[in-house]
Write a protein that binds this ligand. Structure first.
Ligand code: BV8
Length: 232
């Protein structure tokens, strides 16, 4: 039974109404990375960083999964082998669509973290610099997301999944951010069939054996339908 490992990026949530990072008008067009998505930025101006993530948390709470998220949840339910979603996204749309095995390698908007004691709890809709940590009362609470220069979460498990994958798919990611951008090459070298499903060729398109370009809301359900009808 084939093990399928899927990396998703901001592009899979675009048709749900969430901005991507690097498309025109994307998040990095409105905010400089170094001002809102690095530990230095948080140390320098925690209010600005909280404001940035509060706005994205509110927006993410307002949107719904699209057919691409729903197709991946269907694949996990109906495929005989293991299906793992590794997402770079911090929204909860995979879970909302019904996916159970989701690894948030860059963290999640719905998570809060105390930078002083490491305590984690569900994030309130609005996080403020003055909020005390529920465990140690220090006022150094932050969104539980992975900023540039920080180690992504669960990397040992992810490398293991990539080595065991029979199929590795990258969906809705531009291939700019490491270590996620190296996953296709890593899985391919370990013997997986690699496929890119994206609106347009990513910067690491040459790492993929199969390419399907178009909006995720259309090409992902079609790909899942093919996989499932092939296994009957
Ligand atoms: C680390 C936080 C080291 C939460 C994010 C070389 C090697 C290794 C590392 C580096 C290197 N050079 C530089 C680095 C460091 C850096 C990095 O990669 N920088 C890049 C810019 C060069 N990497 C890091 O800092 C990482 N950490 O390396 O740690 C370390 C080692 C030991 C000990 C300690 C540390 C951490 C990276 C994580 C940063 N956090 N997010 C948040 O605010 O969201 S990254 C951010 O970019 C998001 O997580 C996002 O998911 C991610 C990737 O972006 P994409 O998802 O790909 O989105 P993008 O807009 O770029 O592309 C969207 C795509 O969708 C496009 O292709 C578009 O065509 C497509 N699309 C659009 N619409 C649709 C669509 N596709 C289908 N359908 C549609 N409708």
């Amino acid at each position: 039974m084939e093990k399928i490992v899927i990396l998703t990026g901001a592009g899979i949530s675009a048709e749900s109404g969430l901005s991507t990072f690097r498309d025109t008008g994307g998040i990095w067009a409105q905010h400089a990375v170094e001002d809102v998505a690095t530990p230095e930025a948080f140390a320098r101006n925690p209010d600005l960083v909280h404001e940035f993530y509060n706005a994205r948390r509110a927006k993410a709470a307002d949107v719904a999964p699209n057919p691409a998220h729903l197709a991946l949840a269907r694949l996990e339910r109906e495929h005989a082998g293991q299906v793992i979603v590794v997402t770079q996204n911090v929204d909860a749309l995979h879970e909302a669509a019904g996916s159970g095995s989701v690894i948030h390698m860059h963290g999640a908007l719905n998570g809060a973290l105390c930078a002083a004691c490491g305590h984690r709890w569900p994030a309130p809709q609005e996080m403020r610099t003055s909020d005390p940590c529920p465990a140690c009362s220090a006022t150094s609470t932050r969104p539980d997301v992975v900023w540039f220069g920080e180690m992504p979460y669960q990397m040992d498990a992810i490398w293991q999944h990539l080595e065991e994958a029979d199929i590795f798919a990258a969906i809705g990611t531009s291939g700019n951010v490491y270590p996620a951008a190296a996953f296709g090459q890593h899985a391919g070298r370990a013997g997986a069939h690699t496929i890119e499903l994206n609106l347009e060729p990513s910067v690491n398109v040459r790492d993929f054996a199969e390419l399907r370009h178009g909006p995720a809301g259309s090409i992902v359900p079609a790909w899942v339908e093919e996989l499932l009808s092939r296994q009957t």
